[in-house]
Design a protein around this ligand. Structure first.
Ligand code: ADE
Ligand code: ZN
Length: 336
């Protein structure tokens, strides 16, 4: 079947998206110029040429470099507004966005500028495009537990506008258990919990995210199929795995998308979902991720519908909102 039209109109939820990873080179150069910041790259094309990664760390080095031109509240507003405008053309109905405060506060940018710029754009995006949103504060796992605690404390001032906390950055050598106490404190404060696990790291890291951190959702989780007991447990608890196929391809987690685990995960009754991670760096937003996966795995229409439904099911919307979106997905498929 021709997937393109079907995917384009399918109502979708984005649950794994780093707002800093939506920084398109054109906007990066514009903001760098207005802030008087010099970038390492002479042109947009030179920067795009650098987007070739052989692992997660190579990507992260460039991603942090790019984020360093963001200085003012307006910059964070513009970044988020540009993202929402973009996905409003892809029938993305709901977004749950990560931001990495430490990437900015470590450079002397106030936490308030970062979060208030993002929140203002999310509020305007809902008014303009009807896209609902939730915000997730992510800790950088290559930094210390103490630094994460400091970030948690800053986040508490915005507790009513942050739905949960996450864990991202360099996975290997920084297991979830390093942040056990921070996550316990975050849970006590009422935050929902999630962690990147099993992207480059082993299945054991997914176990830690589940058993030590007690997460509500796993970001990536590709490696869970290495462990049958783990797979059965994630299926039993219906813990969502927010997969990002184009990210996996570009970071060499899964260079050949015909070998992507998402279909096997659906067959094993896992709550697998598809998202875009850092779309400005990995060559595509939600539609591109759905499309590339559908083509590589020859997914059926029912499998695509299930993936779209899973996105809403795994979201942090309330049950009535989830059901409304799931009904819209089903109605769309029936009438297509
Ligand atoms: N930060 C932004 N994107 C990430 C990814 N794919 N894995 C870990 N940390 C990230
Ligand atoms: Zn991610």
């Amino acid at each position: 079947m021709s997937y393109k039209k079907f995917v384009e109109g399918l109502p979708k939820a984005e649950l794994h998206l780093h707002i800093e990873g939506t920084f398109e080179p054109e906007l990066m150069f514009e903001i760098a110029e207005r802030n008087g910041v010099k970038t390492k790259y002479a042109s947009v094309d030179a920067l795009k040429n650098a987007y070739r990664f052989s692992n997660l760390q190579e990507f992260l080095d460039i991603y942090y470099e790019g984020a360093a031109v963001l200085l003012e509240k307006r910059d964070f507003y513009d970044l988020t507004a540009a993202y929402l405008k973009r996905v409003s053309t892809e029938n993305v109905r709901h977004v749950e966005i990560f931001f990495d405060p430490q990437t900015h506060t470590d450079r002397g940018v106030a936490f308030s500028k970062v979060i208030e710029g993002i929140l203002d754009a999310l509020a305007d995006g809902e008014k303009e495009f009807g896209i609902t949103s939730r915000l997730i504060m992510s800790f950088l796992r290559h930094l210390s537990e103490e630094a994460a605690f400091k970030t948690l404390e800053e986040g508490l001032k915005y507790k009513d506008r942050i739905i949960g906390v996450g864990l991202d950055s360099s996975e290997l050598g920084n297991p979830p258990s390093k942040f056990a106490r921070v996550f316990a404190e975050a849970k006590k404060e009422g935050f929902l919990l999630m962690a990147h696990a099993g992207e480059e790291g082993p299945a054991d890291y997914i176990w830690e995210a589940l058993e030590v951190l007690d997460v509500d959702r796993i970001d990536h989780g590709n490696r869970c199929l290495d462990d049958d007991v783990l797979t059965a447990e994630i299926s039993r608890r219906q813990i969502a795995l927010t997969l990002c196929p184009l990210s996996n391809q570009k970071l060499q987690v899964c260079p050949d998308l015909t070998k992507h685990p998402v279909r096997k995960m659906l067959e094993r009754n896992l709550l697998a979902t598809i998202h875009s991670d850092d779309p400005a760096y990995f060559g595509g937003y939600m539609n591109a991720n759905f499309l590339a996966t559908a083509e590589a795995l020859n997914l059926s229409r029912d499998e695509l519908v299930r993936l779209a439904e899973n996105g809403f099911k795994a979201s942090f919307l309330d049950e009535a909102e989830k059901n409304r979106h799931i009904e819209a997905v089903r109605a769309y498929a029936e009438n297509f």
